[in-house]
Design a protein around this ligand. Sequence first.
Ligand code: AMP
Length: 218
Amino acid sequence: MSRLVFLGPPGVGKGTQAVGLAQDEGIPHISTGAILRDALSRGTPTGLEAKKFMDAGELVPDEVVLRLVKDRLSEDDAAQGWLLDGYPRNLDQASALSGILSQMDQSLDHVIYFECAESELVRRLSGRRTCRACGDTFHVEFAPVAENNSCKAGGSCDIYQRSDDQEDAILNRLKVYQRETGPLVEHYREKGHLIVLDGSAPIEIVGSALRDALDQTG
Ligand code: AMP
């Protein structure tokens, strides 16, 4: 059983690692960014409220995201463990999470922090492309879409560039990350929860470092 938080700047690859690990561990991968994008594409009131913040690379108000996280953690499939990706993103969210967990009589096992230099993050994010239908991500340079690429949702992938993967929004997201999310590294280090990984390494290397670190900590 694992209760994990993945922490790191946008573009560090934590979503990719989260998908694989959650599958291996049989726990739900809870990405607040993905939940918000889904709400937006369905045109729900929450999605519409979040849109202007997301487009600008700003954080969506804490109370909106807290509601989503609380509901998701209460679902049956999260009773035995979960992997939170993109939450918490500031100190207030971290204390809200610890409040929810104590109400649910649960505790956090580890916070995995993926580190990476900013220049590499910009390169990764500005080339990132996403499929509207299945949510898979590609990269114009490192992982281009294959010809006749088939989509998990059927047909071929419908590729677009997220509005928050455009240059101005990227630079703002990185600024917001440093200011709001950066302090969580020390916060969780002090609590003894932190595992630090080099997020600039290739996907497979990061994946095996992640599994080794979790095996060693139990
Ligand atoms: P992500 O896919 O994690 O990069 O998230 C995309 C966008 O969703 C972020 O830039 C924020 O606007 C919003 N978002 C995701 N998670 C959170 C969160 N925990 N708190 C506030 N906003 C969030």
